[in-house]
Ligand binder design. Structure first.
Ligand SMILES: Nc1ncnc2c1ncn2[C@@H]1O[C@H](COP(=O)(O)OP(=O)(O)O)[C@@H](O)[C@H]1O
Ligand SMILES: [Mg+2]
Length: 198
């Protein structure tokens, strides 16, 4: 045995020292970025926009002209994100969720919007009629919610809305409360694990 080995090697103990990662997902225009920024501000967690990481790290393989989107180099993006999320404490914002490993996230919030609200927001964003229709259909068909429910434990998936200032405050408060409980649960798990070690 060399002397550099940490005293505590219990994986549960090590995991408990990390802060949780939260994923904010949903159809484009539902309010992910606004919500994620607000939650980050309220909780002290750090906002990570996956789209920005993809751009900064150039995780694209080309452009799909017909769909008017970039083709993502998923492997490259996931490699970068893995490093960013390793220490926890991140509020991640992305319009899809099935590409991430399940173990990365402790809470999944799916932002939902009504047709009228989404229509106005996507129009204001200057989306083409086709792109707007595709996204409206995606929201009506609850594609991202189903994706989340298939990719993660149902218990950690929650739907939220982001239409008013009150929604932002309420959502941030809910996450703050969740975070407090998460820390309590972690402490309990650690104490239990320590008890078992003795
Ligand atoms: N709770 C809210 N109250 C008022 N406006 C909102 C709210 N949430 C989102 N918006 C507005 O809706 C638009 C889309 O929000 P955004 O956060 O960019 O969506 P997404 O990141 O999901 O594409 C923005 O103009 C934003 O200001
Ligand atoms: Mg956004």
């Amino acid at each position: 045995m060399d002397g550099t080995r940490p005293h505590r090697t219990n994986p549960l103990l090590r995991a408990s020292l990390k802060r949780p990662n939260i994923l904010i997902t949903g159809t484009p225009g539902t309010g992910k970025t606004t919500t994620a920024r607000y939650i980050a501000e309220a909780t002290g967690l750090e906002h990570v926009s996956v789209g920005d990481v993809a751009k900064e790290k150039e995780c694209f393989e080309g452009r799909d002209v017909e769909l008017d989107t970039y083709i993502l180099d998923e492997e490259k993006l996931l490699d970068h994100l893995e490093i960013i999320l390793a220490d926890g404490g991140k509020v991640v914002d992305y319009h899809s969720c099935e590409l991430f490993p399940e173990r990365w996230f402790d809470l999944i919030l799916v932002v939902r919007a009504t047709n009228a609200v989404l229509f106005d927001r996507l129009s204001a964003r200057g989306y083409s009629a086709r792109k707007r229709e595709e996204n409206l259909e995606c929201e009506i068909m609850q594609v991202v919610l189903d994706e989340a429910l298939e990719s993660y434990e149902k218990e950690i998936v929650h739907e939220i809305t982001s239409e008013t200032e009150d929604d932002l405050q309420e959502n941030a408060q809910r996450v703050k409360d969740w975070l407090t409980q998460w820390k309590v649960d972690c402490r309990d798990r650690v104490q239990k694990a320590e008890g078992m070690e003795e």
